[in-house]
Design a protein. Sequence first.
Length: 565
Amino acid sequence: MSENGISLWIRALKYVLQRDKDSISLLKQTASFLNIELLVLDHDSKVLWGDAEKEYSYSVDLVCDRLRLGVVKCSNASGSFLVDLIKTLLTKEFEKKRIGKEVLSLYREINMIYGLSEMISEKIDTASIAEIALQESSQIIGSTHGLFLMYDPDEDEVTKLASFGDNPNSERNIKDQNEVLKSLILKGNAAIVPENRIKDNLSIQHLKAVMYAPLKVKHRTLGMVILGHKEKKEFTAAELKLLTTIALQTAAAIESAHLYQKGLKEARDREEAIRVIHEVTQKFVPSEFIKSLGKAKITEISLGDLTEREVTVVFADIREFTTISEGLSPKDNFLFVNGFNNRMGPIVRKNEGFIMQYLGDGFMALFPKGPQSALNASVEMHKVLHEYNKERVLKKRLPVKIGVGMQNGNLIMGITGDSNRLDAAIISDTVNTAARIEGLSKHYGTSILLTKECKDKLTNQQAFNFRFLGPVQVKGKQKSIDLYECINGDDDSLFDHKLQTMSTFNDAMSYYFNKEFAMAAVAFQEIFKLNTMDQTSKLFLNKSAHLITQEIEDNWKGIELMNTK
């Protein structure tokens, strides 16, 4: 029996005789009924029950599963009934503990596999996936060496993708053993290598235990994962099964990474086609822009015409555009973008704005009459998309989501270029800031994000609902900007959730900026549990949880530093 099994029996014996109230009571009542004095000693002759000073006429070894756990002494031979009772109670307790240990072990394995899935799902390169798989499998199984091999059918060659453990000749060994390794990979079997085969194989002679599992996906085998130990160790069937499970998960992740890279190249090719089309459209100047310059017709404009205006700049971006475009041809890509613009453009114009520039997967719009019109348009764009997505779902297409960021301020609009090529241009820090705000909407997980300047200039703030997200310092800026999330563009269920938890969210933000991070984390977690689509609450939950363990400077004001565009 293993040391773990012996330990379980001993712990079970002590629990039955010293901690389990029901067992103790039953033994006492039985001993009293039979009028028997009882003494129980463990395998080290330590008293577990009874008085060692008394005289006992009957003695018997306490044996369970062929293991001597101790001695039971009784005042007469009738005590054999008590011995049987102790064995019965002990056996039941042992089974409970054994099952509990197995369940705990299974839970740890499941937890590890779940964690592995999360980690490799975030990676898109095969080398990183291989390294994580080796690291995680070695930690739970226990090994000193690991090797992750891939088979390239085009080159008919086995190559190393990742490894750990000292083996300076691994590259040469893999090359020399190419045919053997290829044969093992193509067979697609998992196995524990017998000791005699380890001794006969030069490439693994430095190890005392070896097992391997195939990287299978669908009806193909991509490679294999090998684990080894330099000390004497017997890999178990359960460990081999676990390695096989890890290998299957990893194979699926690698296959996804291959498809992603292939799709990414195709998407880049499509985006390049859209960029070319977009460059052609730059020759056309929006009529609203011409009117802003005080001109009635495009033929009236001249190089150098300019005007300074206070406007609200809005950037809108299609979320996960690459994912949507992966399955589309260049023509379908263009039609998709054109269909999107056909829906959004009229909304912008309806709210007295105009699209200054199309950006392939989004656009920049100007609203000369201020943020009230800009925010009305932003909310309406989201409402139209919600209805449009219902149609897309029926056609089994991916839903379309957008992120909107806006800023209000002065800018110069004018005509620049040369005598042979004119272009409409705007020059302003407001545009750069609005673009940064749209980018931050991804970081904060919001549909509409605006600055305090925009919010303060709204003519009817009561028409919207806001959540304050705190100050942020964007790249290239010395001063921080206060940000607000407008929740009116969210779908109905998420909007209702945010509206109902508004008070809790405000309290949580107050805790956060008052450095009461534990209280903030609790409040944000309460909100997030109610609706896991609330990504803003999740972000601040994670930030609060992280700051709990950090040393916070006295002048900390919670300003988010964003060093990327």
